[in-house]
Design a binder for this molecule. Structure first.
Ligand SMILES: NC(=O)c1ccc[n+]([C@@H]2O[C@H](COP(=O)([O-])OP(=O)(O)OC[C@H]3O[C@@H](n4cnc5c(N)ncnc54)[C@H](OP(=O)(O)O)[C@@H]3O)[C@@H](O)[C@H]2O)c1
Length: 300
């Protein structure tokens, strides 16, 4: 069957979302599924530890889902440098445990990965077939998770790389910047890492578009357009009408434990080709997010 040849109806489908109860993206995916009239079952790590094969099997037997979405991960990029084992367990081993269970049940597994799997030494958007080459433990562990899934080779696996999330329900870069900008007159933000900011609501909706189009294999999702962290912070502060100056700084003046890619823009063309959807710009998405989440701040 050719991908996208028919539309999968999500209505009434039972969907388990690991990381769906408390995760930044998982919450948005749960919400989008509700809008699509599916029957999402968002889970926390205390509902089911995805490092425990017996626990996974038990919950899948109980719920008998039509598909599994894995939005759970070890996501603290800097802490991962010291907690290598924990990062690899969650990001590399757990996805394979989920794939084994999905394959036993012949159901779709959706798994998220990251732009941070790439080295960042390119000057053009990364395509789905570009080779990962991360420097950071987080990036390497996520790339190993991808490789484990690809080597396992279960054909109902949808691996979605995403980048630079902001969205409701959990602290994120934009919320941190707005909180600083309300207290400080000036903040410094790095301007030499380039990527694509992405609204969790849009990633969630576009994930459902991929599922509806019966997608499998690797896809990239983000909002359209590119910027630096400095560009994202400046736009957020401008939209909020806050009186705070954002100063650009190079990464070497703001050293972090983990090395991040200098350039990690994702090429979205495979997604657009399959679904006919061009994601809206990150600026438009940011404005909507801030209008919803921070209505007390002026929206310009
Ligand atoms: N955030 C970004 O900017 C970004 C960028 C690119 C890619 N991604 C990828 O997008 C996905 C979602 O990221 P996110 O930022 O939404 O993550 P997040 O907010 O950090 O949420 C991750 C969730 O994983 C769950 N989890 C942790 N350990 C678990 C375990 N042993 N068993 C079951 N669940 C466990 C946690 O659940 P509890 O809270 O219940 O413990 C947590 O809510 C990840 O694959 C990440 O790599 C994120």
């Amino acid at each position: 069957m050719v991908q996208g040849a028919f539309l999968v109806d999500l209505k009434g489908k039972h969907v388990i979302i690991f990381g769906g109860k408390n995760g930044l993206l998982g919450k948005a995916v749960t919400k989008a599924l509700l809008v699509a009239k599916a029957l999402p079952i968002p889970l926390s790590s205390s509902d089911c530890d995805i490092l425990n094969p017996k626990g996974i099997e038990k919950i899948l037997n109980k719920i008998n889902p039509d598909l599994i979405i894995n939005a759970a991960a070890y996501t603290n990029v800097d802490r991962a440098e010291d907690e290598t084992e924990a990062a690899f367990s969650l990001n590399a081993t757990a996805p394979l445990l989920l794939a084994v269970e999905a394959a036993k049940r012949d159901i779709l597994l959706v798994h998220y990965s990251t732009d941070f799997v790439f080295r960042g030494d390119k000057k053009r958007p990364y395509g789905v077939t570009d080779k990962p080459g991360a420097f950071s433990v987080y990036g390497i562990s996520k790339a190993e998770g991808e490789r484990n899934l690809l080597e396992f080779g279960y054909d109902k696996t949808l691996l979605i790389r995403i980048s630079w999330l902001f969205g409701a329900g959990k602290m994120n870069f934009v919320e941190k910047i707005l909180s600083f900008a309300q207290r400080e007159m000036q903040i410094t933000v790095v301007n030499d890492q380039i990527g694509s900011p992405s609204y969790t609501t849009d990633i969630a909706e576009n994930t459902l578009a991929l599922i509806r189009h019966d997608a499998n294999g690797i896809y990239h999702l983000a909002n359209s357009g590119t910027t630096s962290w400095f560009g994202l912070a400046s736009e957020a502060v401008k939209i909020a009408g806050l009186n705070c100056t954002i100063e650009p700084v190079p990464s070497h003046k703001y050293p972090t434990k983990a090395v991040r890619p200098k350039y990690s823009v994702l090429d979205l063309s495979d997604f657009t080709q399959l679904t006919g959807i061009t994601p809206r710009s990150w600026q438009e998405a940011l404005k909507e997010y801030m209008g919803h989440e921070f209505p007390e701040l002026k929206s310009s």
